[in-house]
Design a binder for this molecule. Structure first.
Ligand code: SPV
Ligand code: MN
Length: 625
């Protein structure tokens, strides 16, 4: 221990060491000492979240070329390397002493081997960088939900981003001292070339579940580097499973009903409309990406793990996303990433209002319309996974309960994916288990550019959370069923599908129709709207939607359009059930029985409807619920 203190004093110097000494936690001190010794930074800095500390980090990010100033004061641009534009699944591993098969698409590796490899990579990696030791808190500080988090990183951009995205945890660490059950994140961007990570072939993200620690090296893209975001989710999912609560890839929003606010959470895969739903004008936003859910006296209470947004910028425009548009043009801080920077420090992204600029600089370097990549593909002005980072304080529909230590009571949980062919635009599950299985555990979505690899491939993504699972899929689904069994007042479960297309490939919905679906779900949670009972769940009645389309969007919604959107597609639904039965039978060890029971029952209902009315059945053929 004395050795640890000696190392810390030497490496940090008196001023910085004093900040560490204020936290009475020997485990914390020796962990930090271990990594400053191993990573050999030029200098070391302790980030407490004070104004001075923040100024230091902002300045460093500019000096190091990790960020550049834009025309609007407080706005900066960060570029990730060409090969570093999304989460890298192939370089990500869950480390376990006794590796088991988690199910499709999740990499699991021997813990000792993984720790050995990553520590080898970390040796001397920060020689030309400053190392930052930072204290944050996942969830509202001082609450039952809170998890203190230590971030060690040599990237000022990571610290800057985390200062916008997470609550300060320095006071929490001081208060808890040696009692803190904290998560630990170690990151290095590695050697830089032109401001971006050079050794991409040595990129690794390893999550040590047993040690509640995670390591990420030779990457800058925030989904790989910002420890508190998706890396922390792996640690939190495992902790939650042990303790009987849930860590979910969900927004949390209040939906305004007549004279009241009703809270929902929603799980969508990346790039499927999660942030744009959470920032709708008719919503009061608590969070857009990650939620912790706990059973409190039989109700589900949820908090936002974060306090900021690292959101998709592609397609954001003033008409469809007025709340985001304002936040991206205001006096508040914004870190843009991987958009096009125009002459004079303006920014442009795909789908922004106005003309496409004639030139600029983006993640590929100098850019002009028509620019092609080495393999002959068009390079768009901004990457499809280009993003913005803001503090939620800068959005005008921020919910007053963001920092409520008790969280908000959820009345509904929504699952949504990118599904061109099968699901209806909105549907309520019959009850909890039916919803968990047919809407959550069997969610399929087309892949997007949020992860490296091919776009548009239909893939199995239980609860939109498969990328972040740190327990086997079967166990994870079981944890949802168990969680529901303990609830006296379970939230209703819904699905939405914003991406349904007609036979010609055109979308069957407008971008803002989601407001109507939300309002309908709000009424359902209060027992104030009827429904039609179809084999897969409960759907809206035409008359309710016609009224809501008028009220919300001033749009005439025809019965013909309703019939098109809500026709039950029996062959597509049956095919999906077969795919899911196969996956759960063959690829998911220990799948709960309820999965098979719910799917078989749904199959029977669909087959009965088909023998009565054929393959494609209009909603009018089904009875009111
Ligand atoms: C997502 O891809 O789901 C995100 C951004 O929210 S990332 O940090 O890359 O996970
Ligand atoms: Mn996300």
């Amino acid at each position: 221990m004395e050795n640890a203190e000696k190392t810390l004093k030497e490496k940090f110097g008196a001023t910085e060491y004093a900040k560490l000494a204020a936290i009475n936690n020997p485990e914390l001190h020796s962990f930090i000492a271990k990594y400053v010794q191993l990573m050999e930074p030029q200098t070391a800095f302790v980030f407490t979240g004070s104004k001075e500390d923040l100024d230091h980090v902002r300045k460093r990010a500019l000096e190091r070329g990790e960020e550049k100033r834009l025309a609007i004061p407080g706005h900066t641009i960060h570029f990730d390397g060409l090969q570093d534009q999304g989460r890298a699944k192939d370089d990500t591993q869950i480390l376990l002493s006794k590796p088991v098969d988690f199910g499709p698409d999740i990499n699991v590796m021997d813990r000792q081997k993984g720790l050995g490899e990553i520590h080898e990579f970390l040796k001397g990696i920060s020689k030309t960088n400053e190392l930052y030791v930072c204290f944050f808190c996942l969830g509202p500080a001082g609450s039952e939900f809170a998890i203190p988090a230590l971030q060690i990183t040599d990237s000022a951009y990571v610290v800057h981003s985390e200062s916008l995205l997470y609550r300060n945890g320095y006071e929490e660490f001081k208060r808890l001292g040696a009692k803190a059950r904290f998560f630990k994140f170690v990151h290095s961007q590695g050697e830089l070339e032109g401001g971006v990570t050079k050794n991409i072939s040595k990129r690794r993200m390893y999550m040590d579940i047993e040690g509640e620690a995670a390591y990420s090296v030779n990457t800058q893209y925030a989904g790989n580097s910002v420890g508190l975001k998706k890396i922390a989710m792996r640690l939190a999912i495992a902790r939650a499973a042990r303790e009987g609560w849930l860590t979910e890839h969900m927004f949390v929003v209040g939906v305004l009903g007549p004279g009241r606010m009703t809270y929902f959470s929603g799980a969508f895969p990346s790039l499927c409309g999660k942030t744009s739903t959470a920032t709708l004008e008719c919503c009061s936003i608590v969070g857009d990406d990650i939620a912790y859910l706990r059973n409190k006296a039989g109700e589900v209470r949820a908090v936002n793990v974060e306090k900021g947004v690292f959101g998709i910028i592609d397609g954001v425009n003033s008409k469809d996303d007025p709340v985001l548009w304002e936040a991206l043009h205001g006096k508040n801080e914004v870190i843009f990433s991987n958009v096009l920077v125009t002459d004079g420090g303006g920014v442009y992204w795909n789908g922004k209002d106005g003309e496409v600029p004639k030139r600029g600089v983006n993640y590929s370097g100098e850019w002009r319309p028509g620019k092609k990549s080495a393999d002959g593909k068009d390079i768009l002005p901004s990457h499809k996974n280009a993003r913005f980072t803001i503090d939620l304080a800068s959005v005008r529909n921020l919910d007053p309960h963001l920092d409520d230590p008790k969280g908000v009571v959820l009345s509904g949980i929504i699952y949504g994916g990118r599904d061109a062919s099968t699901g209806v635009p909105v549907e309520e599950a019959f009850e909890w288990n039916h919803g968990v299985v047919t809407k959550g555990a069997t969610l399929e979505s087309e892949t997007t550019m949020a992860t490296l690899g091919k776009e548009g491939v239909r893939s199995f993504n239980p609860m939109s959370n498969v990328d972040f699972l740190s327990i086997p899929i079967g166990e994870y689904v079981e944890s949802h069923l168990k969680f529901g069994a303990g609830l006296g007042k379970p939230p209703k479960i819904f699905s939405v599908n914003y991406f349904l297309r007609d036979a010609g490939g055109s979308f069957l919905n407008g971008k803002t129709d989601k407001r109507v679906w939300l309002k309908w779900m709000e009424l359902r949670t209060r027992g104030e709207a009827g429904a039609v009972r179809i084999p897969t769940g409960l759907i809206p009645k035409y008359a309710d939607l016609r009224r809501l389309f008028r009220e919300e969007l001033d749009k005439e919604y025809s019965e013909e359009h309703y019939a098109k959107q809500f026709t039950v597609k029996i062959p597509e639904n049956l095919a999906k059930i077969e795919r899911m039965l196969k996956v759960y039978r063959e690829n998911v060890a220990g799948a709960p029985r309820a999965v098979f029971e719910e799917l078989e029952a749904q199959k029977k209902r669909l087959e009965a409807a088909r023998s009565r009315d054929g393959d494609y059945v209009a909603p009018e053929k089904f009875p009111d619920a």
